[in-house]
Structures are given as C-alpha cells and as structure tokens.
Write a protein that binds this ligand. Structure first.
Ligand SMILES: Cc1cc2nc3c(=O)[nH]c(=O)nc-3n(C[C@H](O)[C@H](O)[C@H](O)COP(=O)(O)OP(=O)(O)OC[C@H]3O[C@@H](n4cnc5c(N)ncnc54)[C@H](O)[C@@H]3O)c2cc1C
Length: 427
C-alpha cells in the first residue's frame, strides 16, 4: 500500500480496547483496519474475568448488550482468607447487582472478543488476524503507519491497543521497558464443571454468578488467588508480584498447583476438567504507573498499553477501562479536524472520564507492599475463628485474653500499628 492510499485508522491489537475503537469508528463510516496477531480476537487473552458492564452498555446500547455472550451476572462477592487447614470466607450477596441491567458479568475472552470482532466487522471494520505488527513508521516526526509482516500500511491515525507489554508505545518513545515493580504475573486455568454443580457449590440460581478472592495462597508474595464462575466452567488463577516471585524458589505453576490442592479450594474444583491454561502479565501500578504522555502526532495509546488498570488490592479492573478508552479515542478521532488534534482531544476525554476514578484508587497498590497481608493476617483471622468454634472439653481462656494471645502470636504490636497506619493512609 502506498501512502496515497492511506486508511483513516489502523488499530494494532484486537483486545477490548482495540475492538471498542474499531466498532465506534466503523459505525461512524471511517475506514478502519484492525490487526491482531492471534488467530482470532481473544485467543491470546487469559483474563479471569469479571467485566463491569457500564462501558460496554455505552458502546453497544441495551439491545445489542442483551445479545452479547456474557456468562453469569455476579451477585456474590466472596473473600476467603486461608490457613494451613482451612479458610474463613466472607460472603456478601446482593441481588440488586442483577436488577435491570446487571452491574457485572463473568466473561470468557476467547468467546466474547470474537463476538465483538464480528460486530465491528458488521459495522464495516476490516479485522485482520494472524498478523504481527513489527514496526511503526514515522515521517518528519509524525507516525504515518505500520509495518506488518513486511507489508507497509498507512493511516491518518494509528491506535496502539497492543496490551500490557506495548512495543508500539515503547517504539514511539512514550513508555520504557516494563520493570518487575510495575507488573504482576498471572496464571489461569479454565476448569469445566456442569452448570448445576456450580450452582449448588456456590449457592446460585440459574444465570447468577460468584467471584471469590483468596488471600494467603501466594507463599507470602504480594498477590492472591481468584475464582470466577462461568456458565459451565470456573476461571481459577493466581496473580503475584513478579519481583516477589523472582525472589523466592518456587515456580508459578507450583504455587498454582498448591493453591488448587488447598483444603479450602479443592472441594470447589472436585470432578472438574482443566481445558485451558495460560499465563500473562498484569499492570499493577494503576494511576501511578501511567506514562506522562499517551499520544504523538499520528499515534494514540489505549487500554492496557496505556496502563489503564485499577488495582484494588486483590482485584484487577482493566476491561471496563479498556472499552472506555477505546470509545474515548474513537470520539476524539470523530471530533478532530486534523490528525494533530486527535491526541489532545483524547486526553480531554480521558481526563474527564477515566483519570478521576483511577486517582481515587491510586494508593491501593501500597497495601500490597504490606507483606503480612499475605501471611500473618489471614492466619490471625483463622486463629480467631478457631478459638470461637473449637470445643475439646478443656477450660478455654477468656475471650479477651485469648484474642490478645492470638494477636501476639502472629504479629508484634509495632507491626500492627504501622500496618494499620499504612492501610488507613492507602485507602
Ligand atoms: C490473570 C488476569 C486476570 C485479570 N482479571 C481481570 C478481571 O477480572 N477484570 C478486569 O476488568 N480486568 C482483568 N484483567 C485485566 C484485563 O485483562 C486487561 O486490562 C484487558 O484485557 C486490557 O484490554 P486491552 O484490549 O487493552 O489489551 P489486551 O486484551 O491484552 O489485547 C491486546 C491485544 O493486542 C494483540 N497484540 C499485541 N501485540 C501485537 C502486535 N505486535 N501485533 C498485533 N497484535 C498484537 C494481543 O494479541 C492482544 O489480543 C486481568 C488480567 C490478567 C492477566
């Protein structure tokens, strides 16, 4: 292709960010090509995962949303703090979460992304899969296109939606190489189980879903386990800080195996069949890790490539932000009179709609720097429960004395106070 035959927009990456942008732009009549290295959109993705639907609703509207392949509407939010012999589970059930348009769903990315790619194609976008973009092309300081498998393609605007390890943002000089402080590493299995078994194990009615976070399963490394109920499978995984993982001997797959075999976890999976296993990097820093600049003349960075993730401790929110940033860039392109105006308009949209929420959660990752969160505190909670429920015929100590002893056995007063202070100031 010569630069006289240029397109309106080239999008690199067929995850949620790229697909959302492609859908909006194609619907508005722009000539859009999206290039995805996987053999189908979603193939390379391994998200857990739970999608908060507000941004998807804004993208598709209620009618198309009703057609989307969403798995279960989440009504149960559970946290299990594990000990060596069991676990203490907090279970918050809220049926208002599924009223009207439910606030969040579990999804399977390989299914969902492929469906969304189909909708973008129906709207007029060209989706090219199985092609890796190798290089961005620059002319007189402006990004003018990409080189994909030896073929040069040109466009007024190139959108980098190539995920957490964005080579495009790095090549454009907008991001540095990722460091072990910035990213966690996640591993996930999809485990098939009959729908009615999932319903009875988690106390769910048809169509309802549960999420469960596990604290104390990461061998002392900052991170934790997650479980999402899909229609007839579970997404089970671990996310741990990559520096912490490097500093100890166990490999991630060993940690995952120990997690699966834990007495508080195994009964949930029993009889299931693992049909998928994958590992992926996760942005961990949220607002603090955002690059200073997210565009250059001719290029805009969105989704994980831009660092749009909210890390709320054990929960990662990236999918809703990816969709939102895809919509924001598409709106900027549609509003701009010249390609040079796209970046600043995109930033206006992002600063109005995304950054304020990211800022609210900006200090949460500091909580993850408290090492006792992943060892002593889950054990302490379980020891307290053990005291309350264990009866062996001997005379038990009084409650106040027992609790003080349990606290002292697990953590010093100094650590408790300093962690408490860190916790309060992080939130
Ligand atoms: C273990 C784990 C659990 C998570 N759980 C959740 C969750 O429950 N909820 C949530 O909201 N978020 C979750 N996230 C985060 C979420 O997955 C991301 O924030 C989201 O997928 C970002 O979407 P994206 O479109 O920006 O990037 P991606 O979905 O990563 O898409 C990027 C795409 O670009 C393609 N690509 C990359 N390089 C090239 C290239 N050179 N040429 C062509 N194509 C290329 C990739 O193949 C990929 O398809 C989780 C992440 C992990 C790792």
């Amino acid at each position: 292709m010569s630069d006289e035959e240029k397109l309106d927009v080239i999008i690199v990456g067929g995850g949620l960010a790229g697909l959302a942008a492609a859908y909006v732009l194609a619907k508005a009549g722009k000539e859009v090509v999206l290039i995805e290295r996987g053999t189908a959109c979603g193939n390379k993705n391994m998200t857990g995962g739970r999608l908060y639907v507000y941004s998807l609703l804004s993208l598709l509207g209620p009618e198309l949303l009703a057609e989307a392949p969403l798995e279960r509407a989440i009504v149960k939010e559970q946290i299990t703090m594990v000990s060596a012999t069991g676990g203490m589970t907090l279970d918050y059930t809220d049926y208002s979460f599924k009223e009207g348009i439910p606030q969040s769903y579990s999804i399977l990315r390989s299914v969902f992304d492929d469906w969304l790619a189909g909708k973008a194609e129906e709207a007029g976008a060209m989706i090219v899969t199985g092609i890796h973009v190798d290089k961005i092309m620059e002319k007189n300081g402006k990004i003018v296109g990409v080189d994909a498998a030896g073929e040069e393609m040109f466009a007024d605007t190139v959108i980098a939606a190539d995920g957490v390890n964005s080579f495009m943002a790095q090549q454009a000089g907008l991001r540095n190489d990722l460091t072990s402080r910035e990213v966690g590493v996640g591993v996930k299995e999809m485990i098939e189980l009959p729908e009615e078994v999932i319903n009875s194990r988690f106390g769910l009615q048809a169509g309802e879903g549960a999420t469960r976070l596990f604290v104390g399963v990461s061998n002392g490394i900052s991170g934790g386990g997650f479980l999402y109920t899909n229609k007839s499978s579970l997404s089970l995984g671990l996310v741990v800080n990559s520096r912490g993982l490097g500093n100890q001997r166990k490999k991630l797959h060993t940690l995952m195996q120990e997690f699966k075999m834990h007495p508080a976890v195994y009964p949930l999976l029993d009889g299931g069949k693992t049909v998928e296993y994958a590992a992926h990097l996760v942005n961990e820093l949220g607002f603090v890790g955002l690059p200073q600049q997210l565009y250059r003349d001719g290029l805009v960075v969105i989704g994980d490539a831009a660092g749009f993730v909210i890390n709320m401790g054990n929960t990662i929110r990236g999918m809703d932000l990816a969709i939102w940033s895809g919509i924001a860039v598409a709106k900027a392109i549609l509003e701009a009179r010249t390609s040079a105006e796209v970046g600043p308009r995109y930033m206006e949209n992002i600063e109005r709609d995304l950054i304020p929420t990211m800022k609210v959660y900006q200090s949460y990752p500091k909580l993850l720097e408290i090492p006792r969160m992943f060892t002593e505190y889950p054990k302490l909670a379980n020891d307290m429960m053990h005291y309350l429920f264990a009866v062996d015929g001997s005379v038990p100590p009084k409650l106040s004395k027992a609790m003080l002893g349990i606290v002292k056995n697990n953590v010093s007063l100094g650590s408790l106070l300093s962690d408490g202070w860190k916790g309060v100031t992080s939130l």
